[in-house]
Design a binder for this molecule. Sequence first.
Ligand code: ZN
Ligand code: ZN
Length: 409
Amino acid sequence: MEKALLQAYAKTAVQVGIGLKKGQTLMIAAPIEAAEFARLCALEAYLAGARDVVMRWSDEQFSRIRYQHASEQALCDVKPWQLQSYLDYVKAPGGVAILNILAQDPQAFLGLDLAKIDKASAAVRRALAPWREYTMNDRVAWSIVAVPSRGWARKVFGDTADAEEKLWNAIFKVCRMDAPDPVQAWEEQTAFLARRRDQLNAMELTALHFTSQNGTDLTIGLADTARWEGAKSTTPDGQAFLANLPTEEIFTAPHKEKTEGVVYASRPYVYHGDLIEGLWLRFEKGRVVEYGAKKNQKLLCMLLDTDEGSRSLGEVALVPRQSPINQSGILFYNTLFDENAACHIALGDGYPSTVQGGTALSQEKLEQLGLNHSLVHEDIMIGTEDLRIDGIRRGEGTVAVFRDGGWAF
Ligand code: ZN
Ligand code: ZN
């Protein structure tokens, strides 16, 4: 991998992903496999005028050892400093932003006690919920980028010496690092997504009907005052950021009680370091009432039973089959990429920004509008080459939204 490309990638993450402001503190959460890239991001942040950079290292292989040997009680014992280590920076002079760097091995926890891991991660999510409010409500700028790790690259490209190199090339390609000016290329892409978002908002849709030859026949009723989001998000003090790099999606809020029908996943899905394959869900009044999977159904069951909101939808996102990630033909085994290859739905938490004025509303008010709430938010890819989506409009009539897996307007 070329050093110049890696530098350009770090610069894009800091400038476009975070939209870092002078005087701001940047928190970087990075696995040790991503150390070289994380350091470059830190350097870019200082060069862009960051007040300081706080590095939070993680180590998946240590996590595996810990999940294997620590008791459930110890794993669920999340100390207050862990939450405080985030909250301490919220009021830092100039504010804080967080860059999450991913390099997960999709099967890092293969063979471990998944119920134990599920309980441990639920305990961490519960403990960190007050911090999550900041990111879910766009009160701080946040962004997610990914770099290859050995385990991940081998899962994607097989057990060959050049697997990591291949994954770097694939990531650079779909992240537009081959453009003459990647920062400019992303400004253009986000402007394009913003136009699509505005067109969808003008349609005043109340529901979407998905059909595909794979058996999908799903109607998703949207939350009251649902708004389409896409491209950049904005914090209350006007910092524009790109939560996911890459991003190809326009998304909105389903009503938690208004999804009906059957949907089949079109790509495998990674949960707790293992793969759920061939999954389908049947909804009634917004809740999953029947489901199945060809592989790891037990894991799907765990996800669905997390809490009250984990059987309902928190997001529906549109991604055309022309997406560069889909065109690459690569299954990344990583949601950041795979969700941007195909239309998807998410079980669990909804984004307040996807209802009118939602980031300023109370949880109670959001739920009255139909926005779902849960400890989890898990994207499941449902887009196919023949996907058809009809939009049901407020008042009357329908409008073609997708034909043959791509935009119909
Ligand atoms: Zn999404
Ligand atoms: Zn999502």
